[in-house]
Ligand binder design. Sequence first.
Ligand code: FA5
Ligand code: MG
Length: 427
Amino acid sequence: LTLNCKRCSLPKSINFFCRRSYNTLDAWSNIPEHIKAKQGRRLFLQSGHPLCSLRELLQQQFKGKPINFVEKDSPVVSTITNFDSLGIPKTHVSRSKSDTYYVNKDTCLRTHTSAHQLEEFQKLAESKMSKKGFLITADVYRRDEVDASHYPIFHQMEGAYLWDRNDRESILKDVESVKLDKNLEELVIDEATLENHDDLQAGYSSQETELVSIHLKNSLTLAIHNLVLMTPDTGLDKSQVRYRWTYDSFPFTQPSFQLEILWKGAWLEILGCGVVRENILTRAGIQNHVGWAFGIGLERLAMILYGIPDIRLFWTTDDRFCKQFTPNNITTFQPYSKYPLCYKDISFWIDESFTANDFFEVIRDVCKDLVESVDLIDQYTTKAGKTSLCYRVNYRSMEKSLKNEDVDLLQDNLRKAIASSLNIQLR
Ligand code: FA5
Ligand code: MG
C-alpha cells in the first residue's frame, strides 16, 4: 500500500515538494507537472539501468582511494546551498527563473551536484582529513533546450580529491601514478595546458596548481578511457574516440576546465572541473589543503558508451529498452525500430518578456516525451520593431508510430497552452 499525499497525489515517500517548510508558493514557484511526475524513479539506483551501471563502474575507478561514496536523495535544496555556498554571484544567469526550477524564492531543485560540495568537504574536515575526497551521485534539474542531449532532469557525479599542501611527496607520487601511456596520450588534445594561463588563485603557487590540474585531467581521462575499453567491439569505434580539454569558468574552481569527447563527428561536452577555490575549503573548516573537483553528466557519457541515441530513452519504461541491459556491464544499445518523424511549425510574435526556456517548458508539459527536438527556423523583426519567431517542433515517439491525428491534437494543445500561458501572439 502506498500512501499518497492529498495535496500533490505523489506517494508520501517521495513528495519532496510538499514538506511543511516548502509549502509557501510564491512568484518564483515554477515546478511543472512533468517534473513532479518523475520523482521517485531514482534511475541511478535501479539495478541494470545504464545510469546505475555507469555510476557503479565510475565508482569502481576510484575504489581504493580514501573517499566517501554518497548518493543524494531529495533534490530540494535552499538557494544558499545551490548557489551562495559556492560563491555564485547574486546576478549569475543560472539563478534566473528561466534557467532554474524554484519551489519558492528561497528553495529550488539542485541544478548541479556541486550544491553538496560544501557539506561533503565539511565531512572531510570532521574526519580530520582521514578521508580526502568524495563521489556524489544525484539527479539534477535545469530548464533547458529540447534536443537529443538535453533533458530537464539528468544525473551528475561530483568528485573531489585533496592533498595536504605540505605533503608534496604524495602529490608527486599520485601525479606519477596517473601518467597516460603513449597510445592514450595520442587520443588526447589538451588546449588547457596552463602554459599561457595566468588565471591562478592567490593562495596557490603555479607549480602546485599545475600538479593538481595534471592529476585532475589524467585521472578523469583514465577513468573514462577504461570504460571506453570495456565497450563491445560492435559498439563504439574505439579508434575514433578523441578527448579534448579546454578552459572553462566556474565561480568555485580556478583554473577551470571542461572535457569533450568526439562523438558522431561532433564534440560533446561531458564534464566541467577545476582546482577547488581555497575559500570553499576554508568555509568547510579545511586548512592547508589543495585539490580538484569535477562534475560529470552521466547521461552524456552513457550515450557514448552504450550507443544510446536519444536522452529521452533513459526515462522510457519500455521493456525493449529496460530488459536489454545487465547490471554493471556495458553493452551496445539495440535499437528497436525507429518510428517516423513528424514536424509542425509554430510562429508567434514576442515581446521582451519572452524566454525560449519558458516555451520549451510548455512543450515538455503538453507533449511529454513525444517531442524529440525543437529548432528555431526563422526569426525577423519588422520596421516597427515587432519580432516574430518560427519554431519547428519535431514529434517522434520512442515507443510507437504517432498517428497524424495524434500529432495534430498535440500541436493544437500546444498552441492553446502557449497562447494562454506565455505573453505571445500566435500567427
Ligand atoms: C556544472 O554543473 C558544474 N557544477 C561542474 C563542476 C563541478 C565544475 C565541480 C567544477 C567543479 P556544467 O553546467 O557544465 O557544470 O554541467 C556539467 C555536465 O552536466 C555537462 O558537461 C554535461 O555533461 C551535463 N549537462 C549539463 N546540462 C545538461 C542537460 N540539460 N542534460 C543532460 N546533461 C547535461
Ligand atoms: Mg559546461
